[in-house]
Design a protein around this ligand. Structure first.
Ligand code: NAI
Length: 514
């Protein structure tokens, strides 16, 4: 049982946990996978050891989960917003109470530092709390019409929503997707990334414990094939996806076949602009926050850093000094600030970008190498020293695509040009502007084509604020795409028919003919 996994967490250490519990969840319980011949190993990034086996769900299992979610939806949708809110607040409370144990499990599966994982879990329960607060406020409109007639609109749930998650924020993404969906009266079948299958099922158990109807939040494990089954299933009303741009396009295309609504949270390649009137200490801190969270595996990171010429040497010196001081190692230790990348292929991909950047003329100011921590149990982990590049140009490979690693995040694209680059071709842009001249800050924000602009900070995403570059999650916008509007028109008098005038003559005529 998940509870027992969480119970073992207080004494958990890196390199010791093996997860053998079933990772699917529907009908209110964990479900044994049926396609065991297709099992895929899931690795603990800090050690390279096998943590568990993920068995993808096939068509029959996906169908069963969706039907279980649909049954729960029939009960949940009839509850008032306040009733739903109470259950959700209880779920938020349980998560808060178990935050440390959930965070530890997340670290073991994902490789990020415990300091960051704790923030993720806090953001998770806050998201559920926020949308619980909104559940009771969802209301339609009343419109008065002539002659005492009126119309009203009802804001109704869509039905069963599918959530497809990425591996960089496994538990948080499951909460970001489920909290607004459930608050609006929907059910959700969630598919985590096959690389991080462990914590979504903990969320399913917590929702159940809090009192949702059995099946309301289901978890199906798997990769592209299972995701495809969700996108094609006729009983799924909406797909909310987080991941890469190419997969997002496929999700949109598949969902269009059965006219499902879609929310896409995709990758990006955001710029970070540092003006010479910045407060240097904050600009440097902002650059680190923009580049190194979750080992650089964050879709909104500010990876292309444009610094005005006058302050460039000082800026680089400070950034390099602090980057070298980042403590890398066992992600479960309190003092660690950088853990391991998600997988060996991801590590190799990022190292490949470093080599490519060097060949194209970038200068490595620090890092960019595989890192072997002194603790022998971490020798096969996917660690890399965070890297700062100088002399980058927009046409370099490292400045074009999303890298998702410590190179990308510290790829200082410090071009000696006067103008800062315009929007990227990717759908996601979160530019940072760091300066003290606040009127310039607003002028630049107005003229950037971007989903979000941070002024004098970076990667600050409280749940109250809409997040995204293509689709939007959080804040007061998310729930609108999780509800459908039904208009009800009510007549209080007699029916006026346009055809009524013809009737007397017709009647007269037939009478005469008789
Ligand atoms: N926006 C974000 O937060 C994230 C962006 N990414 C970007 O994506 C890159 C690759 O990461 P992946 O995890 O491989 O992303 P991905 O886009 O391949 O996978 C994301 C999710 O979609 C599922 N999926 C894959 N193919 C599918 C299909 N045909 N139909 C339905 N679902 C499908 C995956 O199983 C996973 O749950 C990263 O290097 C990064 O650039 C990755 C994670 C998060």
């Amino acid at each position: 049982m998940a509870q027992s996994i969480l119970d073992t967490m207080p004494g958990a250490s890196t390199g010791a946990l093996v997860v053998t519990d079933h990772l699917n969840f529907w009908g209110g319980k964990r479900v044994k996978p049926r396609q065991e011949k297709y099992l895929e190993p899931v690795f603990e990034p800090a050690t390279g050891r096998i943590l568990c086996q993920m068995v993808p769900c096939g068509a029959e299992e996906v169908d069963e989960a969706i039907k279980s979610a649909h049954d729960a939806y029939q009960k949940w949708r009839k509850m008032s917003g306040m009733e739903r809110a109470r259950v959700m607040l209880e779920a938020a409370r349980i998560i808060r109470e178990r935050r440390e144990n959930i965070a530890k499990l997340e670290v073991i599966n994902n490789g990020k530092s415990i300091t960051e994982a704790l923030v993720d879990i806090d953001v998770s329960w806050q998201t559920i709390e926020y949308y619980a607060g909104m559940a009771g406020t969802l209301a339609g409109q009343h419109v008065q019409l002539p002659g005492g007639a009126f119309a009203y609109t009802r804001r109704e749930p869509l039905g069963v929503c599918a959530g497809i998650g990425a591996w960089n924020y496994p538990f948080q993404i499951a909460c970001w997707k489920s909290a607004p969906a459930l608050a609006c009266g929907n059910a959700m079948v969630f598919k985590p990334s096959p690389m991080t299958p462990v914590t979504a099922v903990i969320l399913a158990e917590i929702y159940k414990e809090a009192g949702v109807p059995d099946g309301l939040f289901c978890v199906v494990q798997g990769g592209a094939e299972t995701g495809t089954l969700l996108c094609h299933h006729p009983m799924v009303a909406k797909v909310s996806f987080t991941g890469s741009v190419p997969t997002g396009k496929k999700v949109m295309e598949m969902s269009s076949k059965t006219v499902k609504q879609v929310t896409l949270e995709l990758g990006g390649k955001s710029p970070l602009i540092i003006f010479k009137d910045c407060e240097m200490e904050n600009a440097v801190k902002g650059a680190l926050m923009a580049n190194f969270l979750t080992q650089g595996q964050v879709c909104c990171n500010g990876t292309r850093v444009y610094v005005q010429r006058d302050i460039l040497p000082q800026f680089l010196e400070e950034v390099v000094k602090r980057t070298k001081a980042i403590r890398i190692g066992d992600p479960l230790l309190e003092g660690t600030r950088m853990g391991a990348l998600i997988s060996k292929p991801q590590l190799n991909k990022v190292l490949g970008y470093v080599e490519g950047a060097k060949k194209q003329g970038a200068r490595v100011l620090c890092g960019g190498d595989p890192y072997v921590p002194s603790d022998p149990k971490l020798k096969d982990g996917y660690f890399m020293s965070p890297c700062v590049l100088d002399n980058c140009r927009d046409d370099m490979t490292c400045c074009e695509g999303e890298i998702f690693g410590q190179l990308c995040q510290c790829c200082l694209s410090t071009q000696r040009r006067r103008s800062s680059r315009g929007p990227t071709t990717l759908p996601l842009d979160w530019p940072l502007e760091s300066y003290q001249d606040i009127s310039r800050a607003h002028r630049v924000a107005e003229n950037l084509e971007a989903g979000t602009c941070f002024i004098n900070n970076y990667n600050v995403s409280p749940v109250e604020v809409p997040f995204g570059g293509f689709g939007r999650e959080n804040g007061q916008v998310d729930h609108r795409v999780l509800l459908q509007l039904k208009t009800v028109v009510v007549e209080m008098g007699d029916v006026e028919s346009l055809f009524e005038v013809l009737l007397p003559s017709l009647h007269f005529c037939s009478h005469k003919c008789e």
